[in-house]
Design a protein around this ligand. Structure first.
Ligand SMILES: *Cc1c(COP(=O)(O)O)cnc(C)c1O
Length: 343
């Protein structure tokens, strides 16, 4: 198979139309057979459920080329089950989990020429999503839905290595207790846009959201979970019912325990602990960057610089990053079932 003629090492994180996308329609109470199509445009009613009441959920994962030349993706079964959870919460019919994984494989195969070669740091980003497509005017779930997957090649998240970022404690809230913070819904992102533009205008890379009920505990950023290394070298991950269960974070917890023999503590993390300098390192984790180190946290003008500083990723984050990416790229043996070989 001949690869597309792209400057793989200089791709950004943007959308590029690739050859194939997967579509399945839900009507009369059932999903149709589904398959790959060429057309990237969607025609729908002006009154579609997704347009009026934001009835949509999505996922994000990557396909990439391993050291030994296979195209693979990482734990797609977890994206399938998380999308099923998200769909149930928004009264969207669940696209069956086994079909989800098969559809990811089919879509990546159809776009194999777009999967970046090993060593470029680039990957093929995969975006599955489901949305209400039939007209809805009274507030209720749509009757008909579409499940789709498109792909787009994306560059390495950090060109020239991961530089620590500065983040701020946001005055906005992300997710209410018992709300939708634990599902991957477009609506959670719509309401984060004003907050992120505000943060960027103030010179910060990201927002840290606190728990809205007490505003004393750390939740996550708009699109990534937060992990810490404490003074005793424990990996500390935030426990909350309103954060998104990141697949990267769950994988890092496993790597910390089983590969690096670290102690992992999942608990509520108070902002006060950050101010009291209980943590040596801090980072964001998600599919896009795996880990991005946080160098400084700004709480209303009070700047807390982590001991790992603004120059480079701290040693524990670096070890976690190297081990997980080593597993993903086939340089380190993966736990059973983590790597789905596509071809
Ligand atoms: C997608 C997402 C993450 C990261 O999840 P991964 O499965 O690791 O990519 C974290 N927080 C939010 C709010 C997200 O939407």
């Amino acid at each position: 198979m001949e690869k597309k003629n792209l400057d793989w090492s200089n791709l950004g994180f943007g959308y590029m139309k690739t050859d194939k996308r997967y579509v399945s329609n839900y009507a009369h109470g059932a999903w149709d057979e589904g398959g790959l199509i060429d057309d990237d445009m969607i025609v729908m009613s002006e009154d579609a459920g997704v347009l009026q009441y934001s009835q949509s959920v999505f996922e994000g994962l990557k396909a990439y080329t391993t050291q030994d030349g296979h195209i693979v993706c990482f734990r797609p079964d977890l994206n399938a089950s998380r999308m099923a959870d998200s769909a149930r919460r928004l009264e969207i019919p669940v696209f069956p989990e086994d079909r989800f994984v098969d559809a990811v494989v089919e879509t990546v195969r159809g776009n194999a020429a777009w999967v970046p070669p090993y060593g470029t740091g680039a990957s093929l980003y995969i975006r599955p999503y489901t949305f209400g497509i039939s007209p809805v005017i009274g507030v209720k779930p749509a009757e008909n839905y579409q499940f789709r997957i498109f792909t787009t090649p994306v560059g390495p998240y950090f060109k020239g290595g991961a530089k620590p970022i500065r983040v701020k404690i946001s005055d906005f809230d992300r997710a209410a207790p018992r709300g939708t913070g634990n599902i991957k819904a477009g609506l959670n992102y719509a309401m984060s846009l004003h907050a992120i533009v505000t943060a960027h205008n103030e010179g910060f890379a990201e927002n840290i959201y606190l728990d809205p009920a007490t505003r004393t505990k750390i939740e996550e950023t708009g699109g990534a979970n937060i992990i810490f290394v404490d003074r005793d070298d424990n990996l500390v991950v935030c426990k909350s019912d309103s954060i998104l269960p990141s697949i990267t974070r769950r994988s890092l917890v496993y790597v910390a325990e089983h590969y690096l023999h670290m102690n992992v503590v999942e608990r509520e993390v108070y902002l006060e602990e950050v101010e009291n300098e209980n943590f040596k390192e801090c980072g964001l984790c998600g599919t896009a960057a795996v880990i991005s180190p946080i160098g400084a946290i700004n709480d209303h003008g009070k700047e807390i610089v982590l001991p790992s500083g603004m120059d480079s990723m701290g040693p524990v984050m670096q070890e976690l990053y190297d081990t997980l990416t080593g597993i993903q790229y086939g340089r380190i043996e993966a736990p059973e079932g983590w790597i789905k070989v596509i071809e």
